[in-house]
Design a protein around this ligand. Structure first.
Ligand SMILES: NC(=O)c1ccc[n+]([C@@H]2O[C@H](COP(=O)([O-])OP(=O)(O)OC[C@H]3O[C@@H](n4cnc5c(N)ncnc54)[C@H](O)[C@@H]3O)[C@@H](O)[C@H]2O)c1
Ligand SMILES: O=CCc1c[nH]c2ccc(O)cc12
Length: 485
């Protein structure tokens, strides 16, 4: 087994920093279950160094012009693209996702974000507001300060870059705590930002578990937190942020509906259901885990789906022919297997898959349940594994109400040839990202984020600028100041 041991656990002030006193973080390659690196959670001293470095670097970084900051971000994007293969292999070791995915969805998406926000940085301006008698107001778009990023384990490179790119473009500095399950890739992103010219302290990486992140969030040097994670963690983070009146972006979980009407292009709809449930072995927040199929095409849909699923290639994630990798961890596998048992026990019909592969690593055959009812556990709770629930419906009004009957609101999709109905559905969905005849595409140019319990704030697009900066109004008086006495 190739060791993927980085030079040290943390990356602070432009260099690696080790401190083996913190709790061990074993990094496990999901395909084999073997340890490929061992890092350490940050001690209080490491946390203090990181926060001090980010805090000290922030004023000078914000004082650069947007164009100067953007140039560095765009250079980092170029380096990432040059090193896409190396980055993708590391992403595969970190997460278990197959190279066929990581080559196109991770460092490339990170590069897209750095390029996009690098381009936008020079165009960030305030506005001029004319008032009577010559007075006027101008607004300044200012950085918030030091941003704390906290990552989930499914897309470590992408999550770090989706946060860092808008944060740095706006003149903030950043401390990123990756998930303890996938701590490797973010260190590489830090190296690349330094190589591209980011001054020491602008982007720092601190390893740790929940308590290390919680401790950093309480520190007054943190002005904003951006979390990608589960709803329970989001609630804790939001509470802590509120206690310090800090800004918060929360990218949380989902239980997204995909509605397939009987006039849909069936092959495209089946492809969307496959991508929306089994890409990244089902470990995507916006996955369409509730697939509502109009009853007239239910059997045709299930037949086409089960035929297509026979083509899945489960195997060595580093072999580019592989299309489905293992789950990220023993824990996530066991959570998924428990849900499959609950699905069976509550009366859903397991059409295919769902069994653990008895070999090293965290392997499972992708599962499809049919005849799923809205009140079953597998239709209500986020599983974050390769488990598709197929539910039947009859009418548009009925399916829209059922699609929205969830605490989550991350994504939703509709497949139909009737464009009027498609737009009606998109308007009616209670979800931050809606798809018509597509699913789970996340271009950096489009806002991404949740409604309801799926979170707040938006990543990507011009909308992210609102969440990584603040407006200052400057009133300019051109007349003598008068007073009543
Ligand atoms: N909306 C999105 O963009 C998006 C993207 C990917 C994943 N997710 C969600 O993430 C979840 C899976 O990831 P996970 O299991 O890593 O989530 P998680 O909530 O367990 O952990 C996320 C991060 O929060 C940290 N953390 C844990 N407790 C904390 C605390 N008290 N204070 C501060 N930080 C704390 C963890 O160390 C980790 O880095 C799923 O719910 C998934 O839907 C959302
Ligand atoms: O979960 C991470 C972010 C995300 C949400 N939907 C998609 C689809 C495809 C991706 O590559 C990432 C994501």
């Amino acid at each position: 087994m190739t060791s993927q041991q980085p030079p040290a656990s943390h990356y602070i002030a432009g260099a690696y920093l080790d401190d083996a006193e913190g709790a061990a973080i074993p990094v496990i390659y999901p395909a084999t279950g073997q340890e490929i690196a061992r890092l350490h959670a940050a001690t209080d001293a490491v946390i203090d160094k990181a926060l001090a470095a980010a805090h000290a670097a922030q004023p000078a970084w914000a004082a650069l012009s947007g164009t100067e900051r953007g140039r560095i971000l765009r250079k980092a994007a170029d380096i990432l693209r040059d090193r896409n293969h190396e980055m993708s292999v590391l992403e595969t070791y970190d997460t278990g996702k197959p190279l066929s995915e990581t080559l196109i969805a991770d460092a490339t998406s990170a590069a897209d974000a750095l390029e996009y926000f690098g381009g936008l940085a020079g165009a960030l301006t305030g506005e001029h507001i004319q008032l009577p008698e010559g007075d006027f107001v101008y607004t300044r778009r200012e950085a918030l300060g030091v941003v704390l990023g906290i990552g989930a384990w499914n897309y470590p490179t992408q999550i770090a870059a989706w946060k860092a790119a808008p944060a740095l473009a706006c003149g903030n500095t950043m401390v990123m705590k990756p998930s303890e399950t996938t701590p490797l890739c973010t260190l590489k992103l830090a190296e690349i930002l330094t190589e591209a010219g980011a001054p020491p302290g602008v982007f720092n990486v601190v390893q740790g578990y929940g308590p290390e992140a919680a401790k950093m969030l309480e520190d007054p040097r943190i002005a904003k937190v951006s979390l990608t994670g589960s709803v329970p963690t989001g609630l804790k983070v939001y509470q802590s942020a509120a206690a310090g009146m800090k800004h918060a972006t929360l990218e949380l979980g989902g239980k997204s509906p995909l509605v397939i009407f009987d006039d849909a292009d069936l092959d495209s709809a089946v492809s969307a259901a496959i991508n929306g449930n089994f890409y990244s072995t089902g470990q995507i927040c916006s996955n369409s885990t509730r697939v509502f199929v109009q009853s007239g095409i239910k059997q045709a849909f299930l037949d086409r789906l089960t035929t297509r699923m026979k083509d899945v290639v489960i195997g060595d994630p580093l072999d580019q022919a592989t299309t489905l990798g293992p789950m990220v961890s023993e824990r996530q596998l066991s959570i998924t297997l428990d849900y499959i048992e609950k699905g069976k026990a509550e009366g859903a019909r397991l059409v295919t898959g769902g069994e653990r592969h008895e070999q090293e690593g965290f392997w499972i055959a992708p599962a499809v349940f049919a005849d799923v009812a809205d009140d079953m556990t597998i239709a209500r709770e986020e599983i974050f594994g390769p488990v598709m629930s197929v539910l039947d419906f009859e009418t548009e009004d009925e399916v829209l109400a059922r699609a929205n009957a969830t605490q989550f609101g991350l994504a939703a999709g509709v497949f139909t040839q009737d464009l009027t109905r498609a737009h009606r559905m998109a308007a009616g969905f209670q979800a931050g990202t809606c798809y018509i005849n597509a699913f789970n595409l996340t271009p950096v140019e489009a806002p991404f984020g949740g409604m309801k319990m799926s979170g707040m704030g938006r990543e990507n697009s011009k909308a992210a600028i609102e969440h990584y900066s603040q407006l200052k109004s400057v009133y300019v008086g051109l007349n003598p100041t008068e007073a009543p006495f």
